[in-house]
Design a protein around this ligand. Structure first.
Ligand code: PDD
Length: 288
């Protein structure tokens, strides 16, 4: 089956889908994006993703010309046309096409692109059974990491470096030695006292939707939670560590810079949080 993409008002063949060479997303990374997990054909944590999208657009002064209802129809239609039951949806909104100039004209029409793809959930579950490794790297990103901007050069360089060194994800470390987040995930540890720790929200990390949902689940399960910074050494000495994102869910970390975390196997709390997140997703799919 051929894939279908949405580009500025039309649905067409994914392999031919294109934006103009003077799209400001292409020239300046002047745009934002969202990634949803799709389970049983339904977009997960949809309202939270839409809330973050609105915020990202507002922070960059990119107008939203479509109503949310219209955008919902497009997202659902791309999922449907690609027959995605389990997988992900990608939405990108850039400031639009204009003759290259750093400053912009407020009348530019934003460009909207939506794609969707199927991903076999068994791949993630298999990875979660084994756990993944992390490499740390100095955080050289800008001071507005809370905006889900498509300007991801430090993130892609970090991920690539981690992969070249045999790790799955990179964790950024700030100038005080504290972990900020992963290149495309939020970072978590579980202390010896079973306290769940993740960095507090601020302009130095993205407010992950999965992070927020997992915090809610942890609260419901009466787990102890601390939203605070932790160092690489604290993470290496933690009982458990994991990463979270729409695409990875809660994914156990078994080593950081070659140092084993806990007993070097996926932690019990991480595994139960992952399961609880899956149950939460299944409930959402039932409501669709
Ligand atoms: N990444 N931090 C960063 C830098 C991210 O890029 C992401 C998501 C997250 C987790 O956010 P969420 O839980 O809302 O997925 C944290 C997406 C998946 C991506 O870039 O593909």
């Amino acid at each position: 089956m051929s894939r279908i993409a949405y580009v500025n008002g039309s649905y067409g063949a994914h392999n031919l889908a294109a934006v103009h060479i003077e799209d400001r997303g292409f020239q300046f990374a002047d745009g934002v994006y969202e990634v949803w997990a799709v389970r049983a054909g339904a977009l997960q944590d949809h309202a939270l993703h839409m809330k973050r999208l609105r915020r990202s657009l507002r922070e960059l002064d990119i107008p939203m010309r479509l109503t949310e209802r219209a955008l919902d129809v497009i997202l659902d239609e791309v999922v449907r046309r690609n027959r995605v039951q389990e997988g992900m949806v990608y939405l990108q909104i850039t400031r639009g096409v204009a003759p290259r100039d750093h400053a912009w004209d407020v009348d530019i029409e934003p460009s909207i692109v939506v794609t969707a793809k199927s991903v076999d959930p068994a791949i993630g579950h298999k990875k979660a059974k084994l756990g993944v490794e992390i490499r740390t790297i100095t955080d050289i990103r800008w001071q507005r990491c809370d905006i889900k901007s498509i300007s991801l050069l430090p993130n892609v360089l970090a991920k690539q470096k981690a992969r070249e060194q045999g790790a799955y994800e990179a964790w950024f470390v700030d100038d005080k030695g504290f972990v900020t987040e992963g290149s495309s995930t939020n970072a978590w540890i579980v202390t010896k006292d079973k306290v769940l720790v993740t960095r507090a929200l601020g302009s130095d990390i993205l407010g992950g939707v999965t992070r927020l949902t997992l915090l809610g689940i942890a609260e419901q399960h009466q787990l102890k939670i601390e939203e605070r910074s932790f160092t690489v050494a604290e993470a290496q000495n933690a009982t458990e560590a994991f990463i979270s994102a729409a695409t990875t869910l809660a994914m156990p970390v078994i080593a950081i810079d070659g140092v084993q975390v806990g007993d070097g196997r996926p932690g019990a709390l991480t595994t139960s949080l992952r399961q609880a997140y899956l149950d939460h997703g299944a409930k959402q799919a039932d409501r669709e």
